[in-house]
Design a protein around this ligand. Sequence first.
Ligand code: ADP
Length: 285
Amino acid sequence: MEKKESPEDAVEYPIGDELDLHTFQAKDVRSVVEEYLYQCKKRGIREVRIVHGKGIGTQRKIVHSLLAKSPKVLSFAEAPPELGGWGATLVRIRVDQTIEEVFMEMKIGKSKLFLVRGDITKADTEAIVNAANSSLMGGGGVDGAIHRAGGSAVLAACKEIVAKQGRCPTGEAVITTGGNLPAKYVIHTVGPVWHGGDRKERELLSNAYRNSLAVAKEEGLSSVAFPSISTGAYRFPIAEAARIALTTVRDFLEENEMEEVRFVLFSEKDLAVYQEMLQEVMGGS
Ligand code: ADP
């Protein structure tokens, strides 16, 4: 499967843990640094040094203004002079670890469907979906990760919902704030526990996806990210779960427009299953 590449991919810049800008013209520095960070991120390189000439004030200014603003960089600082040596200043940066790699992108009507590998708590969609349990009080797996990253505001909002309307039945969905998450909202849905397939598990899983999308639509949201619901602790066989997830989302997007629906798969293995199934599902099932 083709990965999404940036248009600059063809350009070769030196990739290591250090970028030496001495040989570049000041006017090129911005694009060189941006491309370098992009490449590092793609290769999972997280700590790099950028070296620029002490005498070259313009380069220094450009690099600093770039790093100060860049969402790709978590922190940077001038390295002490003993590290830099004469005529050089070292800048240490930490490349953002949150990037997801897009493995598959598909258009359904005017909407885009993405399959990516990553951690859903880092997703920058307007809402992320939580594979919650009926109590809405948090748990293990993706649920625990979302509550940890979202913080107490998410749990407080869940408690309020439970106080008003009771537990969340399997297949239903509710929405809360995203708290400290990059996503503004969390849509909590409850997938079915797999008991062998004769307790309406398939229908309930499809409901979980459809009702999550319905909530997103009701709230006027334009982008939503899903994990692979029920395929962890709830033991739903992944291939079948992927087929149901993708079919349900496809059917919804055929009727409703949304800018983006993203599946954020935690493991390479899960991603591979979803990739294969998406081809099958889009091939006309
Ligand atoms: P369920 O109880 O619905 O089965 P789990 O959280 O146990 O939910 O697992 C659902 C899926 O979420 C599993 O495939 C698991 O690998 C995945 N998962 C766990 N943590 C994350 C995360 N931070 N981001 C995305 N997916 C995750």
